[in-house]
Design a protein around this ligand. Structure first.
Ligand code: PEP
Ligand code: MN
Length: 346
């Protein structure tokens, strides 16, 4: 933190500020300029509380944070990217990972058909919601435990890993029994009881950006999970709310390189919820690869016209297969640039 004193502060006023900083367990470096004294506070502590307390002192002109408020997830804390092992593949490593499947698990035939098709097209992870966060209480809320059991069956049949949403801190243990990746939906990005509980979940987490959340808020939510004991967190850009109405959300595509710069955690892009329209999904998927995301999560359905949720943005399975083969040249370039980034061990 840097604390800038008001002009003509007296030595006792300056000492009062220094003492307040020490009370928060920070060390002090004082810089005495011609007109004004500036104090640098160094160390690890409750920066937010300290800043608030200093800003309330009349002799303080400004108190600003100089390092990121999120520590464990920042690149300052860890330079190398985090690669998360999931059932034989790695998210954030040297392979681009595609997760795909329906919005919701609806029945056995639907999930098995989806699983076989996405595995054959090259996906490594099967998505499917068993607990669904729906805007209307009258909409389908998910198959719950029966849905989790069907996901397990699909995993056993295809070898795909499973990503599925957990909506409540009470369900973390249950969902973690079936899931390889616990998805935290946009609406729950700041459900702090849930985030804390994920610390001990023992499974990787995919944290989706909230509908109206800033990148910093996303990182702070990830910090909750890591600070509570779970290092394996991936972040997902899934579009944010803006004044635009043609697409369901507005994809903040630049969030991908911004996150790659600010954090070592893997970055996933969800082109389905970001657009709400299946015809836009292949273009946005290519953009995600080109801009350096680590993974994609895409909604597909054997018959999107009959899907219980998110049919309009779900790809037909043949279109998904086509999209995967169209991505190949982009993935080759992705791999080259990823290898160029990876420091060679000597
Ligand atoms: C989903 O993945 O189906 C979903 C509900 O996503 P989000 O939380 O991003 O809206
Ligand atoms: Mn969905």
């Amino acid at each position: 933190m840097i604390i800038s004193m008001k002009l003509h502060s007296t030595p006792s006023e300056i000492e009062e500020v220094c003492q307040r900083i020490r009370d928060f367990n920070y060390k002090i470096h004082t810089i005495e300029g011609e007109e004004r004294v500036v104090i640098a506070a160094i160390g690890v502590g409750d920066t937010t509380a300290c800043l608030e307390s200093l800003e309330a002192m009349p002799q303080v002109e400004r108190a600003v944070r100089i390092s990121a408020p999120y520590k464990f997830v920042s690149r300052e804390f860890k330079k190398e990217k985090t690669a998360i092992r999931v059932n034989g593949c790695e998210v954030g490593g040297s392979e681009f990972v595609v997760m795909a499947g329906p919005c919701s698990v609806e029945n056995e035939k639907q999930i098995m058909e989806s699983a076989y098709a996405v595995a054959e097209a090259g996906a490594k992870v099967l998505r499917g919601g068993a607990f669904k966060p729906r805007t209307s209480p009258y909409d389908f809320q998910g198959m719950e435990v029966d849905g989790l059991k069907l996901l397990r069956k699909a995993k056993e049949a295809t070898g795909l890993a499973i990503v599925t949403e957990v909506m409540s801190d009470r369900d973390v243990e249950l969902v973690a029994e079936y899931a390889d990746i616990l998805q935290i939906g946009a609406r729950n990005m700041q459900n702090f009881a849930l985030l804390k509980r994920l610390g001990a979940a023992g499974k990787p987490v995919m944290l989706k950006r909230g509908l109206s959340s800033t990148i910093k808020e996303l990182l702070m939510s990830a910090e909750y999970i890591v600070a509570h004991g779970n290092k394996d967190v991936m972040l997902c850009e899934r579009g944010i709310r803006t004044f635009e109405t043609i697409t369901r959300n507005t994809c903040d595509i630049v969030a991908v390189p911004v996150l790659q710069e600010l954090t070592h955690l893997p970055v996933v892009l969800d082109p389905s919820h970001a657009t709400g329209k299946r015809n836009l999904v292949p273009a946005l998927s290519r953009a995600a690869v080109a801009i350096g995301a680590d993974a994609l999560i895409v909604e597909t359905h054997p018959c999107p016209e009959k899907a219980i949720s998110d049919g309009a943005q779900s790809l037909h399975l043949p279109t998904f297969r086509q999209m995967m083969s169209d991505l190949v040249p982009y993935l080759e370039l992705w791999k080259q640039s990823r290898l160029a980034e990876t420091p060679v061990a000597v």
